[in-house]
Design a protein. Structure first.
Length: 390
């Protein structure tokens, strides 16, 4: 049979075949329409999800535990918050220590911890090498002593910034000074890495007294307030106090920032953009209902954001508080063992050998947990120079 073959059909048969063809066309058309609708719907859903994914500014989030996760150039961050009872007249708690793992008390029994202290809360003498400690005290008092003979008492808003460098021993005790009232303590202990070239600089500490640390207040269109305390960095327009001279933060191009933000319920505010390529971590540790770009943030979480983006925030129905740590990565190998942070395992072994041999200057104090009784806030440096808040 050829291509031009046409069957000999009656009019009725032709009508039936035409009707069949029309029915099939209608079915095919309906099918195409339905599939198209499904396809368009699926595509719309996909694009909607893609849009939501693209518009979220959150790069990563993580719940906060006792030790907070950090990013280069930061190594470590802990938020110490202890509701200490009245003092016992010997700078310890006027309470039983039964049931506590003395020397390793981190459980938070009754809302407070002894840490490594036996009688006085805190951290008796211990060594460091290769990084810096930044101790930001919000409430309470810290007594410092070290292997170079330096000492200090600071707190209630003060910051001690210590470069361990080649090696130092120090103690950080939390004396409970009041025997009439409770002794609340709140501080951040932050570790900032040193680049390899500065791992062996001489130990040194700088005091940032509360009275001198820049604090800026912003008021939104509804009269709600944002309070920013700048320990390091200039993100919010303030010039910070100088960090130690060999710190990674001493070079402004590294844009190291440490900021504490307190904000009212329902406050609206922005976190300005910084340079591209920084690690920006925002710790939302107090409050509920804070949102970024309309996306609600879970409380007690770390959030990572791109440093070059401006963040628009709106708070919920209760006051909130965040800590910001940001800075340009050092981008060198990090090998850490306990209190030593170096660039290789061999350097860690050398740190242990040096500590056994030299004790990083020895320990010139009568006890491992000295307290500076009868002193106000002060700092005495290794060269004998003394300072106190202006």
């Amino acid at each position: 049979m050829g291509l031009n073959y046409k069957p000999d059909l009656s009019s009725k048969e032709l009508g039936n075949e035409k009707q069949t063809l029309l029915s099939r066309k209608a079915w095919i058309w309906k099918s195409i329409t339905l599939l198209g609708a499904i396809g368009i719907g699926s595509y719309t859903i996909f694009k909607s999800k893609e849009k939501n994914m693209k518009t979220s500014q959150i790069l990563h989030k993580q719940p906060l535990d006792f030790q907070w996760p950090t990013s280069d150039p930061f190594l470590f961050c802990v938020h110490h918050e202890d509701h200490y009872p009245k003092g016992n007249g010997k700078f310890g708690p006027d309470a039983s220590l039964a049931g506590r793992d003395i020397g390793q008390d981190f459980a938070g029994k009754d809302g407070w911890r002894m840490y490594h202290g036996d009688d006085i809360p805190g951290f008796p003498g211990h060594p460091h090498r290769g990084f810096e400690t930044v101790t930001v005290v919000q409430k309470g008092i810290v007594d410092h002593a070290d292997s170079l003979g330096a000492a200090g008492r600071y707190g209630d808003g003060d910051v001690q910034w210590m470069t361990a460098g080649a090696g130092v021993q120090h103690s950080e005790m939390f004396p409970l000074l009041s025997e009439e009232n409770e002794n609340p303590m709140e501080l951040f202990q932050i570790w900032l890495n040193l680049p390899q070239k500065n791992k062996f600089v001489p130990p040194h500490f700088t005091m940032l007294w509360n009275e001198n640390i820049p604090v800026r207040e912003f008021v939104d269109k509804n009269g709600k307030k944002l309070n920013v305390k700048t320990v390091a960095g200039s993100l919010f327009g303030d010039k910070p106090l100088d960090p130690p001279p060999n710190s990674w933060a001493a070079d402004e191009k590294n844009e190291v920032g440490i900021y504490i933000l307190n904000f009212d319920a329902d406050a609206e505010f922005t976190i300005p953009a910084a340079s591209k390529g920084l690690n920006r971590n925002i710790y939302y540790f107090r409050g509920k209902g804070l949102s970024v770009g309309g996306e609600v943030l879970s409380s007690s979480h770390l959030f990572k954001f791109a440093s070059e983006e401006t963040l628009t925030l709106k708070n919920g129905s209760e006051p909130g508080k965040i800590l910001i740590l940001e800075g340009r990565p050092i981008a060198e190998p990090v090998v850490q063992y306990g209190p030593f942070v170096m660039n290789s395992p061999e350097e860690i072994q050398q740190a242990f050998n040096d500590y056994r041999r030299t004790q990083f200057g020895g320990w010139p104090w009568d006890s491992s947990d000295p307290v500076h009784a009868g002193r106000g806030r002060f700092a005495r440096h290794a060269d004998g120079r003394e300072e106190s808040p202006a």
